[in-house]
Design a binder for this molecule. Structure first.
Ligand code: NAD
Length: 360
């Protein structure tokens, strides 16, 4: 049976890194006879340029029909000054919300080969394996009313709304507890319940969900402390679950613990397991077009896609092991390079993963 995969390269380094991930996917397809049917679509700035909208109808139809989606990244300075409602990021929020991709899984794993690339001491991060579960379709990024208005005194005021319903909190709680069951059985829920009412409710509902998971240990932490603990003693965490904005920030901090944001994949899932897979980083306009971006986060996202949405674990394991082999050989893109390594370009890194996959 064929499985439809939609690839959305996006902007900036997006097309460069996605090209490598597609090569790896096609190599895995050939090796394991996966029956992948790969199509492409536009999202973000590239879609604005061609269709005048960041999430055009054509992309929406393809996304709904796909079994899984692989995304590069969207955005860049070229579109920073256009009207807010049609900016590239709106396309991303649009597809996440239309497909109800509310559960964002962001693993932060430190590859032993990269312990020196971390900004923290190797003993603090070595063996790190955290899963950040971020709510993705609610909270302050979506809450209304929102905008910039003029006050009576003529001064302008920016405002947003931070809100979460019980059902939104419960379903992300379930994702976190289910994930913890497959890992080390611990969930740390991150909130700001000393200040924000929305997160007082968040804490209450997490406690309720926990009753269905007596085998999983639940703890709570304020977000400011969580940020501190992440850089002080990150190995204390197993699964962290939090809202959209806190998750956005904490997962980037966790990314740096692992040496490079260029190494981290992510999955965004709906209630049935259909998902969109993308690297944790953005479109890196500062290095776009130079052939130096690290494609491994996108390649590892493709592996996650095979595992979580397409039920092709053997191929996912093989891709992850090929990445491991390439790192063992000392191959590094500029962002993870340290003295003594072999510096490679984006396409050389992709080719090396394909080669390691074929050699298995
Ligand atoms: P960014 O993640 O694009 O870049 C941050 C830094 O990390 C930059 O120095 C960049 O060169 C580096 N970097 C990122 N990915 C890399 C890779 N694969 N290999 C090597 N280095 C890498 O974040 P930013 O600069 O804040 O945002 C740039 C643009 O991306 C903005 O338009 C932003 O809105 C957008 N963005 C998109 C997404 C997404 O599509 N999911 C996420 C975050 C930011």
């Amino acid at each position: 049976m064929t499985k439809k995969v939609l690839i959305l390269p996006g902007d900036g380094i997006g097309p460069e890194i996605v090209t490598e991930a597609e090569r790896v996917l096609r190599a895995a397809d050939e090796k394991f006879n996966l029956g992948l049917e790969i199509d492409h679509g536009l999202l973000g700035g590239s879609a604005i340029d061609q269709h005048g909208a960041p999430y055009p109808e054509e992309t929406s139809a393809k996304a709904k029909a796909a079994d899984a989606i692989l995304l590069g990244a969207v955005g860049g300075p070229k579109w920073d000054n256009i009207e807010r409602s049609i900016r590239p990021e709106r396309g991303l929020l649009g597809i996440r919300s239309e497909l109800e991709l509310f559960g964002n899984l962001r693993p932060a794993i430190l590859y032993p080969q990269l312990a020196d690339a971390s900004s923290l001491k190797p003993e603090v991060v070595s063996g790190l394996d955290i899963l950040i579960v971020r709510e993705l379709t609610g909270g302050i990024y979506f809450g209304t009313p929102r905008g910039i208005r003029e006050l009576e005194n003529g001064e302008r005021e920016g405002y947003n709304t931070y809100k979460y319903s019980e059902s939104e909190i419960r379903r992300i709680g379930v994702v976190a507890f289910e994930s913890a069951r497959k890992r080390n059985g611990r969930v740390c829920s991150v909130d700001k319940a000393n200040v924000l009412e929305a997160t007082i409710l968040w804490r209450e509902i997490m406690e309720e969900v926990a009753k269905d998971y007596p085998d999983v240990e639940l703890s709570h932490m304020y977000v400011d402390n969580a940020a501190m603990q992440l850089v002080r003693a990150p190995k204390q965490f197993d699964v962290m679950v939090t809202g959209n904005m806190f998750g956005d920030i904490l997962s980037d901090a966790a990314a740096m613990l692992t040496g490079s944001i260029g190494m981290l994949p992510s999955a965004s899932l709906d209630a049935s397991g259909k998902g969109m897979y993308e690297p944790c980083h953005g479109s890196a306009p500062d290095i776009a077009g130079q052939g130096i971006a690290n494609p491994l986060a996108t390649i590892l996202s493709a592996a996650m896609m095979l595992r979580y949405s397409l039920d092709m674990s053997a191929a996912a394991d093989a891709i992850e092991s090929a990445v491991d082999t390439v790192l063992d050989k000392g191959l590094r893109t500029a962002d993870i390079y340290t003295d003594g390594d072999v510096k490679v370009s984006t396409s050389e890194m992709g080719a090396a993963v394909v080669e390691a996959l074929a050699a298995q």
